[in-house]
Design a protein around this ligand. Structure first.
Ligand SMILES: [Zn+2]
Length: 277
């Protein structure tokens, strides 16, 4: 099983990372993608990738997450006065520089995207996403995308940037139509803890369609330490719980965990262009 979206640097501030990763490998995890949130997180994740390489391979990405474009933002309390546009432009310049000398663990650009719920002006989020898409095309890496109330804006951004590449829409939730629009552009969809909740009717219905028609476009993810699985609310989410997602897919759609694991592993290697052995 591969966790295609785990914020290891954030997780490290909540749990002992070594024991968490040991639990993950014991639970069948074979690889993790750690997307970054801000400039500091690029090097932090690259260092973690080196530090824990004997436990399991850790891929990383470089990007600026929309939540972290402000100084005090994770809890959505940021006011527009916390936004220092010049600092963001400087970070984008650093992103380009980092992309010019890629650390070997870097397999994607991200996490980037658009969040319709946060207090960061959409114009600024769009501009930052545009820069990520342009960069991803330049260096031929896929993008890792965040969405919330923003499917139409992401699709518009691809057009505007004339984006040629592919990527993954992480923590995908939405309609069959939204899923189709991404798949038509060659995108993959990250499936995580949302489907462990019974109330997630729409996303479960979409997943059913995806499993029948586009299983080759699905990745598994936890989004740890966020997005706890059903029944595990109140504690940090961890990669070891990815099997909850696989088990729910088994219960709902009668797809064996073995098949889910092998198909999504193939998908992951294909998307991030990782030579298998
Ligand atoms: Zn994320």
């Amino acid at each position: 099983m591969i966790d295609s979206h785990c914020h290891l640097d954030l997780l490290a501030s909540k749990v002992d990372l070594r024991t968490s990763l040991e639990r993950a490998t014991a639970a069948g995890l074979t690889r993790i993608m750690a997307p970054s949130i801000n400039l500091q997180s690029w090097e932090a994740l690259q260092a973690l990738s080196e530090q824990y390489s004997s436990l399991l391979p850790i891929d990383t990405a470089i990007g600026l997450h929309p939540y972290f474009l402000t100084d005090s933002n994770q809890d959505n309390t940021a006011s527009t006065t916390d936004i220092h546009e010049q600092a963001i432009y400087d970070n984008l310049e650093q992103l380009k520089a980092a992309a010019a000398t890629l650390h070997p663990s870097v397999k994607a650009v991200g996490e980037t995207g658009i969040d319709g719920h946060i207090n960061v002006p959409l114009t600024l989020q769009k501009e930052v996403l545009h820069a990520h898409l342009k960069l991803a095309d330049t260096v031929s890496l896929p993008v890792i995308l965040h969405h919330r109330k923003s499917h139409h804006l992401l699709l518009e951004a691809f057009k505007q940037a004339k984006y040629q590449g592919v990527g993954v829409v992480h923590a995908f939730s939405g309609s069959v139509e939204a899923a189709k629009a991404y798949i038509e552009r060659g995108f993959y969809l990250g499936i995580g803890g949302t489907i462990t909740y019974e109330r997630a009717h729409k996303t479960r219905d979409t997943l059913k369609y995806l499993l029948e028609h586009h299983f080759d476009k699905i990745l598994l993810e936890t989004d740890a330490p966020d997005m706890p699985m059903y029944g595990r609310q109140g504690a940090p989410n961890e990669s070891q719980y990815l099997s909850d997602v696989v088990n729910v897919m088994h219960e709902l759609f009668a797809i064996s965990p073995k098949q889910t694991t092998s198909v999504t592993t193939e998908n992951y290697f294909r998307l991030f262009k990782i030579a298998k052995y």
